[in-house]
Design a protein around this ligand. Structure first.
Ligand code: 13P
Ligand code: SF4
Length: 306
């Protein structure tokens, strides 16, 4: 049996499901039962009947799956290397400091730890951030940790957003600069530029489309255009290519930068997924109180996203 057959066999024997984020490489996307952006993965995790969820992604995504399925076994095939650095920029101490100063609801990006979500009024993702913030009555909002997503929300909602911590952000998306935009646009003047809201404001301003990872996939698939510059993690291109192949289509996909790689996402491998299923490791464990509070914040978001 090859490795893919072994994974499939174990999945069936153990009633397990593999959820993979859009940034995973093609070989992992191909063995996944469901692939999506953070919001879609949260929704899928809330709906599954499987006993085991194996998460091909980073720590906060597997934690969200556990929060939504406390009775199920949620496994992350690699623990140490899969911590999303941005998700650890916002902590209890910072939140309490700002909550003391401002009487405002706290909206946290889903890219946060379970402890941080437990202190939030509601979570949001890149796919629904403006909708979630608009749904709140208050005009002053505490938001964290991504200051670029805060910029995007402020622009779309007109609300006052206090970003905590002031300088939060993703090292992969912060790499993209105006120079990258000008250089690639010069090479491909007809291409449509799609960027993620985690990109810097000046890059967002130059974009034709700002969307979550799945929003970008849908845009390319449904568009009549032929060339696209992709301003997010590089492997999203592989994800779009797989979808285009299924439809028998071919389009030109150009990375805004070749080195936009999330090394935490790339720590997941087929070998580690197999080991994870064989040994049921590494299990996500969270305390009951954290789960209860964080679940409320995530479920409120899922309800509003329907
Ligand atoms: P999406 O929710 O758009 O997939 O983004 C997740 C992420 O981590 C982007 O860096
Ligand atoms: Fe975290 Fe950035 Fe990687 Fe997304 S791309 S998982 S925000 S480090």
């Amino acid at each position: 049996m090859n490795i893919v057959e072994k994974i499939d066999k174990l999945k069936e024997e153990k009633n397990a499901i593999i959820l993979a984020h859009n940034y995973q490489p093609k070989e992992i996307l191909k063995i996944a039962d469901f692939v999506g952006d953070s919001l879609e993965l949260c929704i899928k995790a809330s709906e599954t009947n499987s006993d085991i969820i194996v998460f091909a992604g980073v720590d906060f995504m597997a934690e969200s799956a556990k929060i939504l399925n406390p009775e199920k076994k949620v496994l992350l095939p690699e623990i140490e290397g899969t911590k999303c650095p941005m998700a650890h920029q916002l902590n209890r101490e910072i939140i309490l400091k700002y909550k003391e100063k401002y009487k405002a609801p706290l909206v946290v990006y889903v890219n946060t730890t379970a402890e941080t979500k437990a202190l939030a009024d509601i979570t949001c993702t890149s796919a629904n951030a403006d909708k979630i913030v608009s749904s709140l009555e208050e005009d002053l909002i505490l938001f964290g940790p991504d200051k670029n997503l805060a910029y995007y929300i402020k622009k779309r909602t007109g609300k006052e957003i206090i970003n905590i911590p002031e300088d939060g952000g993703c090292y992969v998306h912060q790499k993209f600069s105006l120079e990258d935009v000008y250089r690639v646009r010069k090479l491909y003047p007809k291409a449509t530029l799609l960027v993620h809201p985690e990109c810097n404001p000046e890059v967002q301003e130059e974009a034709d489309v700002i969307a979550s990872t799945s929003g970008m996939v849908r845009y390319v698939l449904n568009s009549d255009e032929e060339e696209f510059i992709i301003g997010t993690e590089r492997d999203l291109i592989g994800r779009i290519e797989l979808e285009l192949e299924k439809l028998g289509l071919k389009k030109k996909l150009i990375p805004l930068r070749d080195d936009a790689i999330c090394k935490e996402m790339k720590r997941i491998t087929l070998e580690k997924i197999l080991k994870s299923l064989e040994e049921e490791r590494y299990e996500i464990k969270l305390d009951e109180d954290t789960i209860k509070k964080a679940k409320k914040a995530i479920e409120r978001m899922i309800e509003l996203s329907k």
